[in-house]
Design a protein around this ligand. Structure first.
Ligand code: BV8
Ligand code: ZN
Length: 256
């Protein structure tokens, strides 16, 4: 079966769908120049394992190291623009009443591409909050409002003096209750789940395709490699999402 045949098959499944949910991971931002989690870390961070840095314990142990890692990633993200894969997912909104993007990514490239329903399971790297959430969860802090030398490690909360941290979900932290509830409800309700650019290793996000499949949904996976999700997929479209997703939207549009 050629990739073209598979694209046509996937387009036929999408055409018959009433409720589409999309689960994305770091791979969908790869062609925007954002390294994935399991790619070898670029340069300066080559010697660190993200799972070692993205934890509360790492931040407590070495707040400046973790803060600098996020400042470095934020500087990379400021250069990043949505790629054709993000754009294609936004264009799907022309074919469905709602296209719910459930993303594990902490960038806002789906929103920049025009997607209007995005659930962030793991937070948003551009936002910051008090580590102690002293005014409630989350106690968001606008860094522009506090004069602080950001080169000197994490600034201090103006309310309580605790360190300020990025508003992302670290390993061993709970996901935002509303985000995971909405994502699970969408997985139970959808009749097609498009899974793009995730290795399917991080829980509880990685269980969402299984939840959808148990409810009878069709699973379409887009990834250059095979992943933990691939055995669940009705159709596996092998290739970069920036190439495959525009082809999928093109196939949808040509059969109108
Ligand atoms: C939780 C934000 C309950 C931070 C991230 C022991 C103790 C405690 C917990 C655990 C434990 N053991 C396991 C757990 C659960 C743990 C977990 O799942 N660990 C795994 C690694 C085994 N999960 C948690 O801790 C979660 N919380 O369970 O709370 C709890 C609480 C207390 C005690 C116990 C339980 C929190 C998980 C959230 C972590 N935060 N990010 C930050 O960004 O700094 S996760 C991080 O990984 C990113 O969000 C990333 O998105 C995510 C998943 O990775 P992927 O997106 O899949 O990216 P990856 O690099 O893996 O893969 C990229 C894919 O893209 C590949 O398949 C590749 O082939 C593909 N690709 C490459 N190029 C392209 C492409 N695809 C398309 N196009 C291309 N061009
Ligand atoms: Zn505080």
């Amino acid at each position: 079966m050629t990739n073209d045949d598979l694209i046509q098959q996937a387009a036929a499944i999408l055409r018959s769908a009433h409720n589409l949910a999309v689960l994305t991971g770091a791979g969908v931002s790869r062609e925007s120049g954002v390294p994935t989690f399991r790619d070898s870390q670029e340069g300066l961070w080559a010697k660190f394992d993200p799972e070692e840095l993205a934890t509360p314990a790492a931040f407590k142990r070495n707040p400046k190291l973790v803060w600098d890692w996020y400042e470095y990633r934020r500087s990379q993200l400021r250069q990043a623009r949505p790629n054709p894969g993000h754009m294609a997912l936004a264009q799907l909104e022309a074919y469905f009443p709602v296209v719910l993007i459930i993303t594990q990514n902490v960038d806002d490239l789906h929103e920049q591409a025009g997607s209007t329903h995005v659930i962030h399971l793991h937070g948003n790297i551009a936002r910051n909050k008090c580590f102690a959430n002293c005014q409630g969860d989350p106690t968001l802090i606008d860094l522009a409002q506090i004069a602080d030398d950001r080169d000197d490690g994490p600034p201090k909360c103006p309310h309580c003096g605790a360190y300020i941290r990025p508003d992302v979900v670290w390993f061993h932290e709970m996901l935002p209750a509303d985000a995971i509830q909405d994502a699970r409800a969408a997985a139970q309700r959808c009749d097609v789940m498009l899974v793009v650019g995730t290795s399917g290793l991080v829980q509880p996000a990685a269980s969402l395709p299984q939840t959808a499949r148990q409810r009878g949904a069709k699973i379409i996976e887009v990834n250059p490699s095979d992943t933990a999700i691939t055995p669940l997929a009705d159709i596996k479209l092998t290739g970069p999402s920036g190439v495959i997703l525009p082809q999928l939207v093109e196939a949808l549009s040509t059969d109108e």
